[in-house]
Design a binder for this molecule. Structure first.
Ligand SMILES: [Zn+2]
Length: 386
C-alpha cells in the first residue's frame, strides 16, 4: 500500500483546473500533492477528517499590501494563512528604489508565497512622493522586475492624482520593457479617461478596483459601458481589489446581473480594509456567493484564474506533483450579512470560513485541531508534533 505524509479524508474537493468537483481524499507527501481520488488506498502518517468541508487549492490573493506605509501594510502570514491564502501579490508596496528591502524583510521571511508588482514610483507607497512624476521611470521599474524574476511579476500604478499618464502609462511601459504585466489602479481625470486607459492596456494587463465608485464601469442607465466589454473581449483583465473604498454593491450587483464578473477575486487587504468591510479572502468570496456567483466560479476566480493571470500556472490546482498548497473551507449556512466599502449591507445565506490551511505540505492553520491527537490519549506529552 502506498504511504503518504498527510491525508485529508472525505472532503468535497473543488479543483477547477482538473474538473474535480466531488467527494475525494487528498494525499500529500513532502511538499507536493501525491494523489486525489475517492477512497484512496493509502496509509497516512497523519490524517484529518474533513468530511462536510470543501477542499480547494490554496487561495491566491493577487491584491494585498504587505510592504509600505501608505495605508498600513500587514505582514502576510497572520492575515493570509488563517484565511486559506497561500500566495499573495503585494501590489506596489515597494518601488524600484526599495524592492531589495521588501524582498529581504517581507518576501523571504514569510511562509506565505509573496510576489511583487513593483511600483512605477521609486519609493513605492510611502505618501507624497507617490505623486512625483520625476520618480516614475519605466526603465528603472523594468530593471527591478527583471532583477528578481522569482519574486517580481510586473508593474503597478496607483493613487495618482495628476493630469498626465506618467503613472498608468509608465507602469504599462515598464511591463512591456520587462515582458510582464501591469496592474493599474486608476482615478479618471478630465485629461485622461477610463476609456483611454482601457485602450492603452494590452491583453493580460489588469485594471483593479473594477467595482469602485470612482470607476465609470456603468453608464448613466446602469449598463456596463460598451468600451468596457470591448476591452474584456480584447483580453484586458479586471481584478476586484475590494479594499476600504473600492467595492460597492450598487455597482457590483448590476454588473454581475449583466454577466460582468471580475476575472479575479482579491482583497486589497490593508489596515483599514481588514476592519469594517472585512475584506479577507473568504469574506470577499462569500460576497460573490451572495451576489449569485456559483461556488465553483468563486473558487476558480480565487485559485486557478489568478495563478494564470500572474503567469504562474504551476499554482492554483491540486494536480499530483504540484506544490501542496491547500485550503479547507467551511460553508456555513444561515442568515448572514456582508458589508461593502460604502458600508452598505447585502444579506446572504452562506458564509465561507477557513478551517485548515496547508502550505507546501505543512499544516499551518487548523482551526479545530482536526489533524491533532486528543489530549486524553497523548500521555505525558510535550510537543506532539511540528
Ligand atoms: Zn491596493
Amino acid at each position: 500500500m502506498a504511504v503518504c505524509d498527510l491525508l485529508l479524508r472525505g472532503g468535497h474537493v473543488i479543483d477547477p483546473k482538473n474538473s474535480v468537483d466531488g467527494i475525494a481524499d487528498v494525499a500529500i507527501s513532502d511538499s507536493t500533492i501525491q494523489a486525489v481520488g475517492a477512497n484512496l488506498n493509502v496509509e497516512a502518517k497523519r490524517s484529518a477528517d474533513v468530511s462536510g468541508l470543501y477542499v480547494t487549492p490554496g487561495l491566491i490573493d493577487i491584491h494585498v499590501h504587505v510592504y509600505g506605509g501608505y495605508n498600513g501594510w500587514l505582514f502576510p502570514d497572520q492575515h493570509s494563512l488563517p484565511n486559506g491564502v497561500t500566495t499573495v501579490v503585494d501590489t506596489g508596496g515597494p518601488g524600484w528604489k526599495d524592492i531589495d528591502d521588501c524582498i529581504e524583510t517581507i518576501v523571504k521571511p514569510s511562509m506565505t508565497r509573496v510576489y511583487i508588482l513593483v511600483n512605477i514610483v521609486g519609493a513605492g507607497m510611502i505618501g507624497s512622493p507617490e505623486q512625483d512624476v520625476t520618480e516614475m521611470i519605466p526603465e528603472k521599474c523594468a530593471e527591478a522586475i527583471r532583477r528578481y524574476p522569482d519574486h517580481c511579476i510586473g508593474a503597478k500604478a496607483a493613487h495618482f492624482g495628476g493630469p498626465g499618464w506618467e503613472s498608468a502609462g509608465g507602469a504599462l511601459e515598464a511591463a512591456r520593457l520587462s515582458d510582464t504585466i501591469a496592474m493599474i489602479d486608476f482615478a479618471p481625470k478630465p485629461t485622461r479617461s477610463y476609456k483611454q486607459l482601457l485602450e492603452r492596456m494590452e491583453p493580460g494587463d489588469m485594471h483593479t478596483h473594477l467595482y469602485a465608485s470612482h470607476i465609470p464601469l456603468l453608464d448613466d442607465s446602469k449598463k456596463v459601458n460598451d468600451y468596457v466589454w470591448q476591452a474584456r473581449e480584447r483580453g484586458v483583465l479586471f481584478d476586484t481589489g475590494h479594499g476600504g473604498g473600492s467595492f460597492w454593491f450598487r455597482i457590483a450587483v448590476p454588473a454581475m446581473e449583466q454577466g460582468f464578473p471580475p476575472d479575479t477575486i482579491s482583497t486589497d487587504l490593508h489596515k483599514s480594509s481588514r476592519l469594517a468591510p472585512n475584506a479577507v479572502m473568504p469574506a470577499t468570496m462569500s460576497k460573490f456567493l451572495a451576489m449569485g456567483m456559483s461556488l465553483q466560479e468563486v473558487i476558480y476566480r480565487s485559485t486557478q484564474r489568478p495563478a494564470e493571470v500572474i503567469r504562474h500556472p504551476e499554482l492554483g490546482h491540486l494536480t499530483p506533483g504540484a506544490v501542496a498548497d491547500v485550503a479547507v473551507l467551511d460553508m456555513r449556512q444561515g442568515n448572514f450579512g456582508f458589508v461593502d466599502s460604502g458600508k452598505a449591507r447585502l444579506p446572504g445565506r452562506h458564509r465561507l470560513e477557513c478551517e485548515m490551511t496547508v502550505r507546501a505540505g505543512r499544516i499551518v492553520w487548523d482551526l479545530n485541531g482536526r489533524s491533532r491527537q486528543d489530549w486524553t490519549s497523548a500521555g505525558n506529552y510535550t510537543q506532539l508534533d511540528a
